[in-house]
Design a protein around this ligand. Structure first.
Ligand code: PLP
Length: 367
């Protein structure tokens, strides 16, 4: 049975998320017999010259897309962004570390790091929290209780659940560690401003099971003795991310997404597209009395757009009708309620316009 383009729904899931159809088609065409090898990438040894080629091409393309300087290593790991919540203190914490709390994912990173504080590895400071605004605005920079001797400063530039984003890299004097799980490759960034960038793949890169870590050389090689060797950045860097069997198929698919992004014109081109998508959706929400987004305008995510309906009793009907219209996974996270449209790179402008049109019609029939 072959599945055509128009049988594919608009999938606004926060993660695992929509993938470019062209990428899936390429993977489908190569599934049984990758480039004459007579086997699927899934079946290849990670040490084979074929897979090593796939792996290094993916890294080169990512370096090109993000303009990653030579003094950074790119690691293709497993365990999700959540395992990095532990790997980061285990590799970098010597004395103290600063964390900014802007939402649910920052909080998870903090609570994981606090375990190492309890274990006596160092101290974890929360420099400021967006809690007072119910996570709708980032506390002003001059209110942060920063520590100039911190080993690193951790923050999450795009809070996937709260839809709260920070577009400027914070001016701090210590290495910056950023959880970019839901915003990597969505807009151009200056990698040299960061000490370490990490991201689970399943939002804007590829399938679940792969985690990217981009880390500056001087931050590698300082792991705590209790750090599992598989989480030690030096060990992974020295072994080309193959200390054990990597997520080979996910790595390959990530590579196809990087090729696709280059074909789209790279990160700057996709960013222009992303801006337009987000702008249209927020504009529509703002002009309506029926839909609402509570986030401070300067901090609105261009990837994850939460919104509520004027009457939450209509939520169920909204979701059912959206499903019927082929617009899936719009239910908001249980902690925030309402709806959320995740509009990552693979969601095009036409799909966002379709969502807006649906929202418009739903409003008209409901008021
Ligand atoms: C999804 C997400 C995570 C968790 O990722 P896993 O790969 O499931 O561990 C962490 N941080 C952010 C910002 C996310 O969006």
């Amino acid at each position: 049975m072959s599945v055509s383009f128009d049988q594919r729904v608009a999938n606004f899931c926060a993660g695992p998320a929509s993938m470019p159809t062209a990428v899936l088609q390429k993977a489908q065409a190569e599934l049984l017999n990758w480039q004459g090898s007579g086997m699927s990438v899934m079946e290849m040894s990670h040490r084979s010259s074929e897979f090593m080629g796939i792996a290094s091409k993916a890294e080169q393309d990512l370096r090109k897309l993000m303009n990653i300087p030579d003094n950074y290593k790119v690691l293709f790991l497993q365990g999700g962004a959540s395992l990095q919540f532990s790997a980061i203190p285990l590799n970098l914490l010597k004395g103290e570390a600063d964390y900014l709390d802007t939402g649910i994912w920052s909080k998870k990173a903090i609570s994981e790091a606090k375990r190492y504080e309890q274990a006596g590895l160092g101290k974890i400071n929360v420099v400021a929290s967006a809690k007072d605004s119910n996570y709708t605005t980032v506390p002003p920079r001059d209110s942060w209780q920063l520590n100039d001797n911190a080993d690193y400063f951790h923050y999450c530039p795009n809070e996937t659940i709260n839809g709260l984003a920070m577009f400027d890299v914070p001016a701090v004097n210590v290495p910056i560690v950023a959880d970019m799980s839901s915003c990597i490759l969505s807009s151009p960034i200056d990698v040299s401003k960061f000490g370490l960038i990490y991201a689970g793949a399943q939002k804007n890169i590829g399938p679940a099971g792969l985690t990217l870590v981009i880390v500056r050389d001087d931050l590698i090689g300082h792991a705590n003795l209790v750090c599992p060797s598989i989480l030690d950045y030096k060990n992974q860097a020295d072994n080309d991310s193959m200390v054990n069997t990597p997520a080979t198929f996910a790595w390959y698919l990530a590579g196809l997404v990087f090729e696709w992004l280059l074909e789209q014109g790279g990160v700057e081109a996709i960013y222009q597209q992303n801006l337009l998508k987000a702008q249209k959706l927020y504009e529509f929400i703002d002009q309506s009395d029926f839909y609402q987004n509570p986030v401070n305008k300067d901090n609105r995510s261009i990837m994850n757009v939460p919104f509520t309906l004027a009457d939450s009793q209509l939520d169920k009907t909204f979701l059912a009708k959206a499903d019927e219209a082929g617009l899936l996974n719009l239910k908001g996270h249980r902690t925030v309620g309402g709806m959320r449209a995740s509009i990552y790179n693979a969601i095009d402008l036409a799909t966002v316009e379709k969502l807006i049109k649906f929202m418009q019609q739903f409003e008209q029939t409901s008021v």
